[in-house]
Design a protein around this ligand. Structure first.
Ligand code: HEC
Length: 140
């Protein structure tokens, strides 16, 4: 009986690897034009979810974790997509910049779970001040 259950689990683990996962990086349609020191931070710490230049990690290829990664990227792009920045209305861009700073100030972004595995994406105090300074240039 125990052996049967074990085999069933192994088969399920293999079987779920065949569920298709969308790991595409669609074409870039108007990337954000930020000063280089800002762009560098966004690319390093945000682009793995909020862009069309996601570097899919190895665990992004192993179900069921891959489903979570793909889901996060989909959700993240829906809220904020640096690769489609030009497609937002001016008003929307202003709101997003405001939200970017709010999320960074409150340590809500980048997501904790991502930072566990990507220590290089942790924002330093200098990074945070750079983003802060950049966001204030948009203030109305
Ligand atoms: C590991 C993936 C991941 C990374 C990396 C990441 N985000 Fe997000 N982000 C998400 C997801 C998922 C959402 C949507 C759900 C939510 O709000 O938690 C989101 C939502 C947002 C929102 C919208 C919040 C709202 O309330 O609508 C902003 C702004 C944001 N992120 C900014 C950033 C910034 C700035 C960075 C980099 C410093 C970043 N994120 C890095 C996954 C990520």
């Amino acid at each position: 009986m125990k052996k049967k259950i074990l085999w069933a689990l192994v088969l399920i683990a293999i079987g779920i690897q065949f569920v298709p996962v969308d790991r595409s990086n669609p074409p870039i349609e108007g990337e954000i034009a930020a000063p280089p020191e800002v762009a560098q931070i966004l690319e390093r710490s945000c682009y793995d979810c909020h862009s069309h230049e996601v570097r899919w990690p190895w665990y992004g290829y192993v179900a069921p974790v891959s489903w979570l990664v793909a889901y996060d990227v989909e959700e993240a792009r829906e809220h904020l997509n640096f690769s489609r920045w030009d497609q937002y209305e001016k008003e929307e861009q202003l709101e997003l910049v405001e939200e970017i700073w709010e999320e960074v100030e409150d340590h809500e972004m980048p997501l904790d779970i991502y930072l566990w595995l990507h220590r290089d994406a942790v924002l330093s105090e200098v990074d945070r001040q750079t983003l802060r300074g950049w966001s204030t240039t948009f203030e109305r």
